[in-house]
Each structure stands twice: as structure tokens, then as C-alpha cells.
Design a protein around this ligand. Structure first.
Ligand SMILES: NC(=O)c1ccc[n+]([C@@H]2O[C@H](COP(=O)([O-])OP(=O)(O)OC[C@H]3O[C@@H](n4cnc5c(N)ncnc54)[C@H](OP(=O)(O)O)[C@@H]3O)[C@@H](O)[C@H]2O)c1
Length: 254
């Protein structure tokens, strides 16, 4: 049964791997046997993530780049496929958000969220997808959010980008099949740096505890099983799907 979820001898690319969910995803894929190419902008944090994987016996390398830089993305994917001969798994995880009402949001901030959370995953999937089509194998996992299903005030760009990412996932699934699968993993509220302000807000935490069947915030480890399912042979017949891992937040009217 373990073979079904094994990534032995595979090459995986994880964006936003320097901290938070991406760092845990990179460790999870390495634990499953993959060589993981870890991408983020900040070299120091990225190197620390790679060192931790290697210290645990896993295989990983750091590639510092900004995923909104199209030329850098094109170069990076070409470089990885040339050096390793393959990319089996792409996890489009890097993301940002700004919290401000729409009427106070600067266009530059809106564009920056759309560029990072929607356009960059498209670029990475396009470049990697071409290669996966040729090899007739691939797993693309786009990290969306429950904000790809629900609206919420003050995060308009983020909500729009994540809704877009779920739509893009469905279209890529149609175009890249039958050997390449494309899915979303859509987390609820998971404790990372992106939501420190919400973690410190007692009223918000109480909302999470009462609105979720799990009665708690999620932890990065809560996503490992879903990530492996969508990244491995186990997920061969799952594509175009948004797998929500939110402790029941979007299923239950509390
Ligand atoms: N945490 C949650 O509750 C939650 C829930 C639903 C969805 N998500 C999604 O999960 C993903 C990860 O979230 P997180 O909570 O782990 O966030 P995080 O702790 O803020 O980490 C974000 C990661 O993305 C990288 N990044 C940001 N902009 C980048 C760019 N232009 N180029 C390359 N790398 C970039 C950051 O590294 P650098 O700053 O060094 O580049 C960092 O590694 C995001 O897509 C987020 O929307 C999170």
C-alpha cells in the first residue's frame, strides 16, 4: 500500500517552500522519496528549509527566484528538466494576501496578489505542463483556499485569485489529461505566518473553534495526506478537483 503514495526517484518542485505550508509540503514530498526543488525569494530561509530536509536524510535543493518574474520561471523549469531529466510533481504553493477593504485597495496591491496567486501558478503550470505532456506523466497541485469557494471582506484580490485558480485547475485538467492530473488542495485556516494577526484575534479563533467540526485551527501536518494523495500514483483518477481540507468549515452551517 505504501508504494501507492511513494515518490521514490521522482522530482518535485514546490514554490513558497521557505516557510509555512510550502516548507512542510517540501518535507512531506522528500519523506515520500522525491528530490525536491524548493523555490522562494529569500535565499536564507530557503537554504534553512533545504538543510532541514537534508539533515533528515531527504533530497532537496534551493532555487531562489521570484515566481512573478516570467523569464526567471521559464529559465528555472528549463534548468530543472535539463539537470534532472524530469519533473513529476509541481506544487504551486507560494501566495500572498493584503487585508484592506476593496474601496481602499491600491491597484498595484490588487495586481501584485493576482500576479503572485494566479498568474505565476499559470506560468509554472504552463512551463511544467509542456514537459509533463511529453513525458506522459505529471501531478500538478495548486494550493487554493476556502477563499476560492467563499467570499470574505478585506481580501478581494486573494478571493478573486483563488476562485480563478480553481477555475484554471479545471481547464488545465481538461487540457493536460489523460496522463497528467491537475488538482487544487484548498486549505481552511492553518496556522502559519500568513495569518498571525488572525491567530492573535481571540474572537476569530473562537469563530474557528465553533464553525469547524474539528473545533480548532488546522496545522500544516493536517494537509500532508491530501498532498500525497494528489501528488502520487494514488491520485491517478482524480483530476480537476478541489480537495478541501478545512476541518468542516465550508460544509457546516454552525
Ligand atoms: N495558512 C493558511 O491558513 C492558508 C489557507 C488557505 C490557503 N493558503 C495558501 O497556502 C499557500 C502558502 O501559505 P502560507 O500560509 O504557508 O504562507 P506564508 O507562510 O506567508 O508563506 C508564503 C511562501 O510563499 C513565498 N512567496 C511569496 N511570494 C513569492 C514570490 N513572488 N516568489 C516566490 N515565492 C514567494 C514566501 O517566500 P518569500 O517571501 O521568501 O518569497 C513563502 O515561502 C498560499 O498560496 C496561501 O494562499 C494558506
Amino acid at each position: 500500500m505504501a508504494d501507492l503514495f511513494s515518490l521514490k526517484d521522482e522530482v518535485a518542485v514546490v514554490t513558497g517552500a521557505s516557510r509555512g505550508l510550502g516548507r512542510d509540503f517540501a518535507q512531506t514530498l522528500a519523506d515520500a522519496g522525491a528530490h525536491v526543488v524548493c523555490i522562494a525569494r529569500t535565499a536564507q530561509a530557503l537554504n534553512a528549509a533545504v538543510d532541514a530536509i537534508q539533515a533528515g536524510g531527504g533530497a532537496a535543493e534551493a532555487m531562489a527566484l521570484d515566481i512573478t518574474d516570467e523569464a526567471a520561471v521559464v529559465r528555472a523549469i528549463a534548468d530543472i528538466t535539463m539537470r534532472h531529466g524530469r519533473i513529476d510533481v509541481l506544487v504551486n504553493n507560494a501566495g500572498i494576501l493584503y487585508r484592506k477593504p476593496a474601496v481602499e485597495t491600491a491597484t498595484a496591491d490588487w495586481r501584485s496578489v493576482i500576479e503572485t496567486d494566479l498568474t505565476a501558478p499559470f506560468l509554472l503550470a504552463r512551463e511544467t505542463g509542456r514537459h509533463m505532456l511529453t513525458r506522459r506523466y505529471g501531478r500538478i497541485v495548486n494550493i487554493a483556499s476556502v477563499m476560492g469557494i467563499l467570499g470574505r471582506s478585506t481580501v478581494g484580490g486573494y478571493v478573486a485569485a483563488k476562485h480563478g485558480l480553481i477555475g484554471l485547475t479545471r481547464t488545465l485538467a481538461a487540457e493536460l489529461g489523460p496522463h497528467v492530473t491537475v488538482n487544487c488542495l484548498s486549505p481552511g485556516y492553518i496556522r502559519t505566518e500568513i495569518n498571525v494577526a488572525l491567530q492573535q484575534d481571540r474572537a476569530f479563533s473562537t469563530m474557528i473553534e465553533t464553525r469547524t467540526a474539528a473545533q480548532r485551527w488546522g496545522e500544516p501536518a493536517d494537509l500532508r495526506g491530501a498532498l500525497l494523495l494528489l501528488s502520487s500514483s494514488a491520485g491517478a483518477y482524480i483530476t480537476g478537483h478541489s480537495l478541501v481540507v478545512d476541518g468542516g468549515l465550508t460544509s457546516i452551517l454552525a
